[in-house]
Design a protein around this ligand. Structure first.
Ligand code: SF4
Length: 166
């Protein structure tokens, strides 16, 4: 049977982003992924109890790893902090991955939860800096391989061939 792939719910068309929109994958991508993977939708921020819509949040002075270590906060531009919800959402996303046996995840770029490799810098000006979102950091700590939709745009899901059992 197809291996499980955890996917950001907003990439699968669910309108769960902070502004009430989705960010669907390019036409046809979801269908071709679904040929090889069992797609498991997850929105860590909603799992953590945050509503839609919600204020846009960024990790202040750190990354997902520092949030998990209790050394950074996830806050909105109005000064409200939602760190506990982001951490809880990450743990619930990991629990879902483990329940489904998912060893891979495709998560939305730049998000304070789902971003991989680059996230917003905490200044709310659209600037990115190196780092993973909170859920990505936790999934990677648990040995799950995380890609973003930008990896798809750059020539396919890396590791896809090796990851699919023959
Ligand atoms: Fe999408 Fe992840 Fe943000 Fe949920 S937390 S809206 S899945 S990027």
């Amino acid at each position: 049977s197809r291996p499980a792939l955890l996917v950001s719910a907003c990439l699968l068309g669910a309108p769960v982003r902070y502004d009430g929109t989705a960010k669907p994958l390019p036409e046809g991508t979801q269908a071709s992924l679904a040929h090889q993977w069992q797609l498991i939708a997850v929105c860590p921020e909603r799992l953590g109890g945050l509503p839609t819509p919600r204020p846009a949040a960024e990790i202040l002075e750190g990354d997902g790893r520092s949030v998990l270590a209790g050394q950074a906060q996830v806050c909105d531009a109005q000064g409200g902090c939602h760190t506990a919800a982001f951490v809880q959402g990450a743990h619930l996303a990991l629990a879902l991955a483990q329940r489904c046996g998912a060893r891979h995840a495709l998560l939305k770029a730049h998000s304070p939860s789902c971003g991989s490799g680059r996230i917003h810098d905490g200044q709310f000006g659209g600037t990115l800096r190196p780092g993973d979102g909170v859920s990505t950091a936790l999934l990677r700590e648990a040995g799950i391989t995380v890609f973003s939709e930008q990896d798809l745009q750059h020539g396919g899901l890396p590791g896809l061939a090796e990851a699919v059992p023959s």
